[in-house]
Design a protein around this ligand. Structure first.
Ligand code: MN
Length: 251
């Protein structure tokens, strides 16, 4: 299965999590929160065919990392996956709106210049602003709004713009999350865990927990687990076909 947004470097024992995911045949997009973390995080997955490492600049800590924008640009040629990037308007983070916007715009501009990247995007309490930025950089690649928590209207707008969505067990536990997921285009959804930030029963979610989301989606779509899994794998293939391949350069 697919965990398209997971922070492998932030687990207590990344090697164990990676070995388990590999053994279970899970496709993982390992996202970083800072440019500096990218090389080490990509190295964790060396030799693992189903793990890709995205170059990120998390909006919640971006104000401390403005000096890494140049590094972001330098590293961007080594991967076609960008994230976690985006904006966060929630209390405690909205105060750095200018810095967030600058770094997010930079990431989108870099992606656009490269001919498009696969982008995993944080949009908590900032969906309108994120969509406005994406309109400003229409060639940035394939945007995936991870753990979307906006309104129905914002969802319709994002879907109309061609955005993708990645949804996980925690999001789909809530009624609002299920209602949103039911309105997402079925051919533009992927599963994620957002572990180890996302937890269940005080334990961090791990990539193999993506199966929980597969079952939750099966219930929303009123299909069986096998049909849900097949749909999601088709979606991943379609997504990868939208953005130029380029050789993945190992760290
Ligand atoms: Mn995340």
């Amino acid at each position: 299965m697919i965990d398209f947004h997971c922070h492998l470097d932030l687990y207590r024992d990344p090697a164990k999590i990676i070995a388990d995911a590999d053994e279970a045949g899970i496709y993982v997009l390992s996202v970083t929160t800072t440019p500096k973390a990218w090389v080490g995080t990509a190295r964790l997955a060396l030799g693992k065919k189903r793990i890709r490492t995205a170059l990120g600049m998390h909006p919640q800590i971006v104000h401390e990392r403005m000096g890494e924008m140049r590094l972001f640009e330098d590293l961007s040629v080594r991967t076609r996956y960008i994230g976690e990037i985006g904006l966060d308007g929630s209390p405690g983070h909205g105060g750095f709106a200018a810095e967030q916007k600058k770094a997010f715009g930079h990431a989108l501009a870099v992606s656009e210049r490269a001919g498009g990247k696969i982008l995993t995007i944080h949009s908590r309490r900032a969906v309108d602003e994120v969509l406005a930025m994406l309109r400003h950089y229409p060639e940035a690649g394939a945007p995936i709004l991870h753990w979307f928590s906006g309104t129905d209207r914002q969802l319709r707008e994002a879907a109309a713009m061609g955005c993708w969505f990645s949804v996980g067990p925690l999001m789909l536990q809530s009624e609002k999350g299920r209602r949103l997921a039911a309105q997402m285009p079925v051919d533009r959804i992927l599963t994620e865990t957002d572990g180890p930030f996302a937890t269940a029963k005080a334990k961090p979610l791990v990539p193999t927990d993506a199966w929980v989301a597969v079952r939750q989606l099966a219930s929303i779509w009123r299909v069986d687990q096998k049909a849900s899994a097949t749909r999601l794998k088709q979606n991943l293939r379609a997504l990868l076909a939208t953005v130029p391949d380029g050789e993945e350069r190992t760290p």
